[in-house]
Each structure stands twice: as C-alpha cells, then as structure tokens.
Design a protein around this ligand. Structure first.
Ligand SMILES: CCCCCCCCCCCCCCCCCCCCCCCC(=O)SCCNC(=O)CCNC(=O)[C@H](O)C(C)(C)COP(=O)(O)OP(=O)(O)OC[C@H]1O[C@@H](n2cnc3c(N)ncnc32)[C@H](O)[C@@H]1OP(=O)(O)O
Ligand SMILES: Cc1cc2nc3c(=O)[nH]c(=O)nc-3n(C[C@H](O)[C@H](O)[C@H](O)COP(=O)(O)OP(=O)(O)OC[C@H]3O[C@@H](n4cnc5c(N)ncnc54)[C@H](O)[C@@H]3O)c2cc1C
Length: 664
C-alpha cells in the first residue's frame, strides 16, 4: 500500500538464515521450488480470488467453487502439471471442493481395495475426470461404528448382480463430500449378503447420476444435507444424503481385493486382513497430520505478525507503546503454537514415510506393521487436529478484537478446520483405538515378544517404571535424554496403570469402557511422546544454514517443555519428575521464549506463505495493517449506501414513534 515493510526491523533481528529454514520447512529444495512457484502462480491469477467468500450466499458460493475447480483442472492440463504440482495447486487455491474427495478418497479406495482388473477399468476414467467419485461410508445413524452400517448389498445369482438398498431412514448415506450435487459415482460401503448370510461391510462402485444429463439414476434419491458451520468455510462442499431403492449393479463392481463373491454366489476371503477395507481411512488420516501443520502455521503466521504490529500500554516518556508480542503472556500462548507447527511438520514427514513403508510391505503380503500404522495414523490424527483447532482459536484471541473480523482470515480458517476433529474418525474414538493397541502391547511384555516401532520404549519397562529424572538445573532440561526419559516414563506408567486397573474387571470390555477416560489420556501421552521423539530425531540429521539448527532446537525444547508444563499433573502424579523439576522446566521455558522472540517473524516468514494464501489483513507480509483494515471496511456491501436499506421501513417509523411518545 505505502510500499514500506513495517516489519523490516523485526526481520533484521533474525539470527538465522531464513532461506535455509524455508527449505527445511518445505522438506527439500525441490519441494520448496515447486511450492514457491505454484503459490505465486495461484496468487497472481484473479480466477482464484477468494476474499469475497464469506459474503456469498450458498448457491453463489457453490457455483463459484464449481467454476474454480473447472478452471483449476483447465490450468493443470494447460500447464502439464505433475501430480505433485497439481496437489500444490489445490493446496494454494485453498477451497474445499468435491475434487478433494474424488482425488483424496475415491481414487485411493479403488487403488487400495480394487483388483488389478478393476483398477484398469475405473482408474483411467477417474484420472481423466470422465467420472467423478465420492466416498460413501457414513450414514445418518452410524459414522464411528462402521460395522453398524445398515445399507445392504444383496447378491442376486439369477442376474449376477448386487441389489443395493437403504432399508431404514437411518441407513441413508449422510455426509459424503461431493455427493450432494456433483459425484457421478461413489465407492459405497454396504453390508454384503449372499444366500441370506451377512458378511459385514464391503465397498462397491455405484453409479449415481447420468453421464448425459446428471439426473439421478432410477432408484436413487440424492441431495445436499444443508448449510454447515461458518460463512463460506466448508459450505463450498456439497456434503450429501443418498438413498437406494433396490439399485442393481453388476457383480464386478464389488471391490474385490480383500474378499470376493463368485458367479455362483460363494463368498471367499483372500489371505489379506479384513481391515484393509479401512485402508483409505488410514491413508487420509496420514495426510490430515501433514495438513495440521499447514493450518496451524497459517494461523500462527497471522498472529505472530500482528502481535509485532500491535502496540498496547507501556509508553515511556511519550515513546511508542509496547509491541504485544513482548508480553510474556502473549509469548506463552503464541510460541508453543509456533513450536507445535514445526513439530507437526516433522512428525507428518515421518508418518508419510511410515505409511509408504507399510504400503510397500502390503504389496508383498507382509501385514506385520499394519497395527502400528493404524495406531500411529489414528493417534497422531487425533492429537494434531485437536491441538490445531484449539490453536487456531487461540490465535484469534491473540489478535484481540480484530481477530474476530472475517478479514483477519481466522474465523474462516477455524470453521474450515474444526471438522477435522470429527471427520476421518472422531478424535476420541480414534484415541480409544490407540489405547487398545497400547493395552495389547503392555499385556505382551514379559511374553518374550519385543515391542517394536513407536512402542519400543516399552522394552525398558523396568527402568521406566522406577527411574527418577536427574534434572537439577533449568538448563538440564535442554538435554534430549532428560526430555525423552520424562516423556517415556510418563507414557509407560500411564499405560501400565491402566493395564493394572483393567485386571480388576472380570469382563475386559466392561473394564475398558469404565476406564476409557484414563485410557484416552494414556493414548495422548504416547502420541505426544512420538511427536517429541520425531522432533528430536529430526535434529540428529544434517541441517544446513546459519543458525537454523539452533532455532529448531529451541522450538523442539519449547514444544516438549510446554507439554510438560501443561500436563504436569501426569508427570507429577506418576512420579516421573518432582515439583522442583517441574518448576525448573518452567524457568527454562521462559528463557527459551526470550531466545525465540527476535526470530519470531523470520520463523513464520520461513513458511513462505503468500498474502493470497494467508487471506488475512492482520497477517499481511508488510505489516501495514491499519490502512488495509480501514480500506476493507468501506468495501463491505453494507457500506454501499450511506443510509441502509430498510431505513424507511424499520428505523424511521421507530424514530418518529419515539418522537410522538416524547411529545406526549
Ligand atoms: C478447487 C480446486 C480444484 C483442484 C483440482 C485438482 C486437484 C487435485 C489435487 C488432489 C487433492 C487431494 C486432496 C486430498 C485431501 C483429502 C481430504 C479429505 C477430507 C476428509 C473428508 C472426510 C471423509 C470421512 O470422514 S470418511 C469416513 C471416515 N469414518 C471413520 O473414520 C469411521 C471411524 N471408525 C472406524 O474406523 C472403525 O469403525 C473403528 C476403527 C473405530 C472400529 O472398527 P471395528 O469395529 O471394525 O474394529 P475393532 O473391533 O475396534 O477392531 C478390530 C481390529 O481391527 C483393527 N483396526 C481397526 N481399524 C483398523 C485400520 N484402519 N487399519 C488396521 N487395523 C484396524 C483394530 O486395531 C483391531 O485390532 P486387534 O488387533 O484385533 O485389536
Ligand atoms: C465436514 C465433514 C465431512 C465428512 N465427509 C465424509 C465423507 O466424505 N464420507 C463419509 O463417509 N463420511 C464423511 N463424514 C462423516 C464423518 O466421518 C463422521 O461424522 C465421523 O466419522 C464421526 O462419526 P459420527 O458422526 O457417527 O459421530 P458419533 O460417533 O455419533 O459421535 C458423537 C459423540 O459420541 C462419542 N462416541 C462415539 N462412539 C464412542 C465410543 N465408542 N466411546 C466413546 N465415545 C464415543 C464421540 O466421541 C462424539 O463425542 C464427514 C463429516 C464431516 C463433519
């Protein structure tokens, strides 16, 4: 606006090489270059404008998303973008759309659960978007309990078809994204019935709409489920309702990698575990963890820049007031979120590696690491999305009153993000899965079966049950070994305590239900240990760039010590640390905040977000917040006229009536 960088002084304070940190954040130089190029391409293209979203009515908003999705696809083709570049383009376009479910779930479901033949038939059509698909699992009556789904797929040996049917109101499919108005096809989950026998839930490819005129096919009732939380936000998505009235599909449209139905109607299972039917969810949970760092870093970038611009109180001798970022309370709320954004980034990278490894093993029929992959994706999805949703809301509060304006970008970011705590598995339900995995691990200790992967720390259970932290000075908390021992012993002791309490119940399932709140806490402790240890492992790698390692070490310590402070009840009650050591951790945390303070703006610059992507006046790169806020207010449609519409109908008569009353 005035061409001046109002945050230049802040940028000059940085003690590290920001460009090198950008590469660490992106994952590699190549990833940085792709991301940088595509983000600029999207920002410069008026076709991807998004600032008007909160003002649009639903129909207009939705049509605008359809236009953007078609335009994005056109650009992807014209520019011959690779898969990696197309995914980045989707990320920077920053608008939930039916395409997310098509590429993110429909295609992976066919890849993971379809036979070679099925993949050859359906994937080319899906890749060219000649068919558009959704993921139709959840129903009105059941989401979390997948085994409770009611839609049926009954084999008819006479015609070699399945008959898909919604027997009850609660069996109506409810929520699938892209289903409401767009999808031509869906991977639909239904109970497979052959010869009167129920074989549980399986996936089927079902055509829903005509490829000629988009009308629903006979027997299909389909529509949108209605407005969701927030303006704009996730309302760009057509989450749908769907009912089947005896819809017939050919037998070869059952996804048959895990189990098959023969021409004669015989049900057969391959020697792959039935849980592979849940494989698409595992894949998406892994992507959601990586996405948490993106959403949180975006909110943190806004709140950090604005905290450096905003001044309140503290003026001495007529000088400037204090920047709110210099208040210790502001730092204590903001810097752990900054550290969490980095921590989630690195654990997301690791989880991607783990997922790729499991997928390669599955191809050779090695299923040994599947339980660990399920527990890690479920637990980390839960812990990172909860922290991110809470963190975005905290960033809004960190921006004071202006954070509540849509132009801050934070209300819409929160509204789009918060369902991540529910979709792809409710966070509590997923933590209970982790708890089951932990209880199984504890019960096998001493059986000779060595715990592996993320539970390998349980291999030193005797030590972890009785060790005492040897921290004596605040600086001792900077030793990775001190942090790891405290987190490992806390996680181990909480799991063992739950396992011991479970033995008091004659019925294990009853015990599990009764102790579920404690079990969830044990699962959180285990997942936080994973995040802390993956951050520490990242620091063992070669990290080029002046001062970059030092900054990452400070952030890693802030992440760990802030968790230790927040959950000190766990650490103290399990006897892993003393009250004195908890207090020393807090002292160390304060000094880490002072270390990070001069680098805060540069640490958020390292995310390399364009102003278009941030979509926030408070977070704009040049920090010129006030003129921009002032100008934006006048652009609000409510200010199109000086005297509002409705004045003559509703305000004037009121004022006149008050005048008459006053005269009386
Ligand atoms: C405008 C721009 C245009 C741009 C154009 C083009 C761009 C192209 C770019 C591409 C972009 C791509 C973007 C991708 C982004 C994707 C975004 C997606 C958005 C999300 C949408 C949300 C979708 C959904 O929500 S789908 C529905 C999800 N539903 C759930 O998650 C349900 C949760 N419930 C369950 O998972 C289960 O019911 C469960 C696990 C709770 C219980 O299951 P069950 O009862 O069967 O099991 P248990 O008895 O508890 O356990 C038995 C046994 O199985 C083990 N187990 C359970 N689950 C699994 C598993 N998944 N894997 C492995 N093992 C499992 C369990 O541990 C038990 O083991 P034991 O050893 O026997 O104990
Ligand atoms: C924006 C959005 C997009 C979605 N997109 C899709 C999609 O594309 N395709 C699709 O199939 N689905 C989709 N879903 C559905 C989503 O996957 C489910 O809503 C989710 O899995 C949660 O299930 P539920 O709604 O049945 O919650 P419920 O299970 O009914 O949860 C209600 C409450 O009960 C608690 N609870 C449930 N079970 C237990 C238990 N065993 N122990 C303790 N507490 C429990 C939960 O913690 C929660 O507090 C979407 C949902 C949303 C919000």
């Amino acid at each position: 606006m005035d061409g001046i960088d109002h945050l230049a002084d802040e940028r000059n304070k940085a003690q590290f090489d920001v460009d090198a940190m950008k590469i660490v954040w992106a994952g590699s130089r190549h990833a940085f270059e792709v991301s940088d190029r595509i983000s600029k391409l999207v920002a410069a293209d008026p076709g991807f404008r998004k600032d008007n979203r909160p003002m649009l009515g639903r129909n207009e908003l939705f049509k605008n998303t359809l236009r953007k999705a078609a335009y994005a696809w056109k650009r992807i083709i014209e520019l011959h973008l690779s898969e990696e570049e197309a995914a980045k383009l989707r990320f920077y376009v920053d608008e939930p759309a039916y395409t997310d479910l098509h590429w993110g779930m429909f295609v992976p479901a066919i890849k993971g659960q379809g036979t070679e033949e099925q993949q050859q038939k359906w994937l080319p059509l899906a890749y060219k978007m000649q068919i558009i698909g959704c993921y139709g699992q959840t129903e009105l009556g059941h989401g979390s309990n997948v085994q409770g789904l009611e839609t049926t797929a009954t084999f008819d040996p006479q015609t070699d078809e399945f008959v898909i049917h919604s027997p009850t109101l609660t069996s109506s499919k409810w929520w699938p994204g892209g289903l409401g108005k767009v999808s031509t096809h869906g991977v639909i989950y239904a109970r497979l019935i052959t010869d009167g026998r129920d074989h549980g839930v399986h996936g089927f490819i079902v055509q829903l709409r005509s490829l000629e005129d988009h009308s629903p096919l006979p027997g299909i009732t389909v529509g949108d489920i209605g407005m969701k939380f927030g303006n704009g936000a996730y309302n760009t998505m057509d989450n749908g309702v769907l009912r089947f009235d005896h819809v017939r599909i050919p037998r070869d449209q059952m996804l048959m990698r895990v189990s098959q139905v023969t021409r004669e109607g015989k049900y057969m299972q391959s020697d792959v575990p039935r849980q592979l039917v849940y494989g698409t969810m595992v894949y998406v949970r892994q992507t959601i963890v990586a996405d948490a760092s993106c959403a949180l870093s975006r909110a943190v970038c806004i709140a950090t820049r604005y905290s450096a611009v905003r001044r309140q109180f503290g003026s001495q001798d007529g000088g400037p007031e204090s920047q709110v970022i210099d208040y210790k309370t502001q730092q204590n709320r903001l810097f752990p979120l900054l550290a969490s954004a980095y921590a989630f980034r690195f654990v997301g990278e690791w989880l991607k590696w783990l997922y790729t490894d499991v997928t390669q093993r599955l191809q050779t029929n090695d299923f040994s690491t599947l339980p660990e992959a399920h527990a890690c994706t479920a637990g980390l999805k839960s812990v990172t999305t909860t922290a991110t949703a809470d963190g975005i809301e905290e960033c809004r509060k960190l921006c004071g009153g202006h954070g509540y304006l849509c132009t801050s970008g934070l209300p819409e970011l929160f509204a789009v993000y918060v369902p991540a705590c529910t979709y792809e598995g409710d966070n509590i339900v997923l933590l209970l899965q982790v708890a089951r995995f932990l209880m199984k691990t504890v019960s096998q200790l001493g059986s000779g079966k060595k715990p592996v992967g993320t539970t390998s720390y349980m291999g030193q259970i005797e030590h972890l049950m009785q060790c005492r932290s040897n921290v004596q000075r605040a600086e001792d908390w900077l030793k990775p070994s001190a942090i790891l021992e405290a987190f490992e012993s806390r996680a181990a002791r909480m799991s063992v305590a739950c396992a011991q309490n479970l033995t008091k119940f004659t019925n294990p399932e009853e015990g599990f239900a009764e102790l579920s709140a404690d079990l969830v806490e044990a699962a959180v402790a285990h997942c936080q240990l994973i995040i802390v240890s993956k951050f520490i492992e990242k620091l063992l790698q070669d990290i080029p760039g002046k001062g970059v390692r030092e900054q990452l070490e400070a952030l890693c310590n802030i992440y760990a010590l802030f968790l230790l402070h927040k959950h000190q009840g766990d650490f103290l009650s399990t006897g892993c640390i003393t009250a004195k050591q908890a207090s020393l951790a807090n002292d160390q945390l304060r000094s880490l905040y002072s270390q990070v303070r001069p680098n805060a703006i540069a640490l958020v610059d390292a995310f390399n977000y364009t102003d278009h992507f941030l979509g926030s006046i408070l977070g704009c790169y040049d920090g010129n917040v006030y003129p921009k806020l002032y100008e934006a207010a006048w652009k609000d449609p409510l200010n199109d006229s000086v005297v509002p519409e409705g004045y003559h109908e509703y305000i004037r008569p009121l004022l006149k009536q008050n005048l008459r009353t006053a005269r009386l």
